[in-house]
Design a protein around this ligand. Structure first.
Ligand SMILES: [Zn+2]
Ligand SMILES: [Zn+2]
Length: 230
């Protein structure tokens, strides 16, 4: 099973996970055309995609879901689902039926957690034992506090149903991340309130402090990550 974050950020999110026989997309932030282009960069065809799962109905995740259903004629699934090797679970975010995903293939396990204000114990239980973890690292708290956003939006982002900060990710990595996780892909960085160097500076010491060999990748809006073997 292989995984690539095709796009992530405040504007558009889309993740590919697939095996030799079938591929799935998680979130529809990119247009079908742009998604096809990025799949092609990875040597994948759109004909390989058999279904799509949506984490929640905010625009940067669900904008093009209808177009995929119509143009690619694939099934699009929302909310809590359990379909063969893919299981979704609730996360803590201010949209109806916000979910994360667990994808299993043999002994391999990938977990995707995007928009969430915190990591609840039940989420941590779903995330445990992941070989590849895609996790939101939305903002640097201080950068958000002094940044240009209006006060109520800042409060929303910082709340338990908002978005995950670099510090929250670092805390999770320090307390919970297991050696089974060979690749940690950070996602959904805010362009206004974060920077790849800041999130690396927060998370790397936690990995090193635990003696973990986990590879750290920071995904972005403009190009897909490499295709990772889970
Ligand atoms: Zn959201
Ligand atoms: Zn989002």
């Amino acid at each position: 099973m292989k995984l690539s974050v095709l796009a992530s950020g405040s504007r558009a999110n889309c993740i590919y996970v697939g095996t030799e026989s079938a591929g799935f997309l998680f979130d529809a932030g990119l247009s079908p055309r742009q998604t096809e282009k990025r799949l092609r960069l990875l040597g994948l065809s759109r004909k390989h995609i058999v279904g799509m799962f949506i984490s929640h109905d905010h625009e940067d995740h669900a904008r093009h879901a209808g177009a995929f259903a119509k143009d690619w004629k694939i099934n699009v699934y929302y909310g809590i689902q359990e379909r063969s090797s893919i299981l979704s679970f609730p996360v803590s975010h201010d949209a109806i039926d916000s979910v994360g995903f667990r994808i299993h293939e043999g002994h391999q396990k990938a977990v995707i957690v995007l928009d969430t204000g915190c990591i609840t114990p039940s989420m941590a239980a779903h995330m445990a034992g992941a070989n590849v973890l895609v996790l939101e690292a939305n903002h640097h708290r201080e950068m958000l506090r002094v940044g240009p956003y209006p006060w109520d939006l800042k409060q929303r982002i910082l709340s338990r149903t908002g978005h995950l900060s670099n510090d929250a990710v670092a805390e999770y990595v320090g307390a919970e991340l297991e050696p089974s996780c060979h690749t940690l892909i950070l996602a959904h960085l805010s362009e206004a309130n974060n920077h790849p160097s800041l999130v690396r500076a927060a998370v790397l010491p936690m990995l090193l402090g635990k003696g973990l060999q986990t590879m750290l990748i920071v995904s972005g809006p403009d190009e897909p990550t490499e295709l990772i073997e889970v």
